[in-house]
Design a binder for this molecule. Structure first.
Ligand code: AMP
Length: 396
């Protein structure tokens, strides 16, 4: 299929050693090409891409981030009208409540936000600087994971710690996965044939990182992640909520530094820590089916904690029109959805097991019986949302 005359946005999601990219055709609202530059600055650096359904790869030994991105240009189809680069940026703090065209002033602000997201923002900034070198003629737009949550009210975003910590150091809950929550919220309202402004829902984004979000009239009003993406739900390798006293306890018990404790909570906990086996839900579901007790308990803790968070988020809503599952686990694991919803019987929810078994593959994605709060599976599409945002910002 040709995209002749169709404007495209190159969406870039830069991680510590890899860059995901997707070329989104704005007219068809579909990816023309998707790919990954991985293991940059190493002998096994590799560019892989999928174009018109076919997979390709090219080794790029010792390529830097900029060199890797420069190689992406060569694989873009020749007929593409590239109008901008849209960047996923993790932390925009209180400085960014929407997407922005990136200039020197914005980059300075992003550097400031890095103190709040030391694992993510520096690599996002590196991705922006590399893209500026590779595509000097194109506008670069930053789309923030935190921006959608800037509507959360003060009583929901403040921690009960000395207020000066908020005033002087920005200590508050920010929330993440905002691009996904926003996309799924719009899509859910559309599927329910309701106006966004009149719809209240809770969305569970369950991927390697997991967060739930309460959305009232199209706006985020509370979410489970906090000052960092470590708070809230059980995740692939992240613990989610723990008693803050745990840090001191385990550091004394094991003689660990604070850094070592943080590494354990970020990288060795969650599904991986509980199961001792894997951070990957698919692997755990298979192991649980083969009676592995550790895999079973990891799934049980994951589902129970999710159900508990969904119930607590109802406090932020005036009514509940839908509970929505998205992300790799939310979209694909009927077992996790069923176990979670079993804990929500107090809401009168009844799962339709045949709809759940096929991941709600009907018009609406509904997996519950008629007459109770609709629970839906709605696939997320962060790349499309970033491309739409980029285009909107350019027009404004
Ligand atoms: P994401 O970060 O959104 O790509 O989601 C990754 C997570 O989705 C991993 O834990 C995968 O194991 C999980 N996942 C993907 N497909 C399935 C599946 N069919 N059943 C269970 N989990 C799945």
């Amino acid at each position: 299929m040709t995209t002749e005359g169709h404007d495209c946005v190159l969406v870039i999601n830069c991680g510590s050693s890899s860059v995901k990219f997707a070329l989104i055709d704005l007219t068809r609202e579909a990816p023309r090409i998707t790919g990954l530059v991985e293991c940059v600055n190493s002998p096994v650096a590799l560019l892989t891409w999928k174009l018109d359904g076919k997979k390709h790869s090219k080794p790029l030994p010792d390529a830097t981030l900029t060199e890797g991105l420069a190689e992406v240009i060569a694989v873009l189809p020749a007929d593409v009208e590239l109008i901008a680069v849209g960047h996923r940026v993790v932390h925009g703090a209180e400085e960014f409540s929407g997407s922005v065209i990136i200039n020197d002033r914005v980059l300075e602000s992003l550097e400031r936000c890095s103190a709040l997201a030391p694992l993510h923002n520096p690599v996002n900034i590196a991705g922006i600087r590399a893209a500026q070198k590779v595509f000097p003629e194109l506008p670069q737009v930053g789309v923030f994971d935190t921006a959608f949550h800037q509507t959360i009210p003060e009583h929901a975003y403040l921690y009960a710690v000395p207020y000066a910590w908020y005033q002087e150091h920005g200590v508050r809950r920010y929330g993440f996965h905002g691009t996904s929550h926003r996309y799924v919220a719009n899509e859910t309202a559309r599927r329910l044939n309701r106006k966004s402004e009149e719809t209240s829902m809770i969305i569970a984004h369950l991927g390697n990182g997991c967060s739930a979000c309460a959305i009232e009239a199209g706006k985020s009003v509370d979410t489970t992640m906090g000052i960092s993406p470590l708070e809230g739900l059980v995740m692939g390798t992240r613990s989610g909520d723990v008693d803050p006293a745990l840090h001191e306890f385990i550091s004394k018990a094991l003689g660990w530094s604070l850094d070592r404790v943080m590494t354990a909570l970020n990288k060795e906990s969650g599904l991986l820590g509980l199961s001792g086996k894997s951070n990957d839900m698919r692997t755990l579901v298979e192991a649980a089916a083969a009676d592995d007790p550790h895999a079973k308990i990891a799934i049980e803790v994951f589902a129970y904690r999710l159900a508990k968070s969904i119930m607590s988020l109802t406090a932020a809503l005036s009514k509940l029109d839908a509970i929505v599952f998205t992300g790799g686990i939310g979209e694909n694991s009927c077992k996790v959805r069923a176990r979670t919803l079993e804990h929500l019987q107090v809401l009168g929810i009844e799962v339709d097991s045949s709809l759940n078994a096929v991941n709600g593959e009907s018009n609406t994605g509904r997996i519950t019986k008629e007459g109770c709060v609709p629970c839906l599976v709605v696939p997320t599409n962060e790349e499309l949302m970033i491309a739409r945002e980029t285009s909107t910002i350019l027009k404004s």
